[in-house]
Design a protein around this ligand. Sequence first.
Ligand SMILES: [Zn+2]
Length: 345
Amino acid sequence: MAQRRGGCAPAVLIVVLIIAVGLAVFWWLRNKKEQPPPPSGDELQVHVLDVGQGDSILIVSPTGKTVLVDAGVPGSGKAVLAAMNRYNVKSIDLFIATHAHADHIGAADEVIRAVQTQAVLDSGVSNTTKNYQDFLEAVKQSNAKFIQAEPGQNFDLGGGARVGVLAPIKPFFTKSELRSGGNEPNANSVVTRLDYGDFSMLLTGDAEAQTEERMISKGENVQAKILKVGHHGSKYATSEDFLSRVKPEIAIVSDGAQNRYGHPSQETLDRLRAAHVKIYRTDLQGEITIISKGKGYDIKAGREAKENELFAGREAQRDDSARRGFVDYGEYGGPPPRPPKEARK
Ligand SMILES: [Zn+2]
């Protein structure tokens, strides 16, 4: 009896060992798959375009592949196309529509009609606005592949650069789950991260704190060197907890000088300052360009701005927490005309 037991022990040990080795190999393969390939050392460019109160970000990979993340408000097509021309970009390999609001896909139809587009990544949240329908129609006519974003998707840009999808995470946020004044297109924004060697950038669309929390709770890797600040610097995005996970060195706010919604908000700028993050803003500095060769990065702004200006928030002329009268997208036009001099006293 004792002998038989003694014979069993090595067999059990071998089985345990095989399982352990199997698990280790599985874990290694899984991690290997999650890691982007090594960088070629050629130049990756990211241009955060100056499109006023909206987003449009042009990425040119080390092998010349191109990604355009959003295309600004209706009417900014010319500026987006001019920028593409400036960087010798003749076609778009991937257009990412972070969400259906006009300050993100407003000029997408114009751009997609003008430039050959291979694929379009969309949040999958349906929307009936004319802007969004025009965008869908342009995609249809362009024969671009229409892809619904799913966390875990990766798009190889060549040379070791990669764009990965982090959100929207299903089930989609519904109106009743959101803060007062929040909306589904923003909450279900396509969030991506760009990786190239040790360089990384998080592109958050108009995602706010609830989306940030969901990404964290699902274990998405949000840590990045550069953060495209969510929702143009709204106080409802870029939470302290999120910042402590992203640990960005640089934050870029894409916004317009003439917006009535207080973007970027003083609260968000204060949180960024407390986290020792350096800020760039398109409203004050124009186009922001980042260049990386897979090790470190250089960043330059179109115009100079003083540190105290960069950390000064805009005052909201309309509270974007109120549901009534809330306009959740677009170029809101200039501030109301100043009353005549005598009335101002
Ligand atoms: Zn927006």
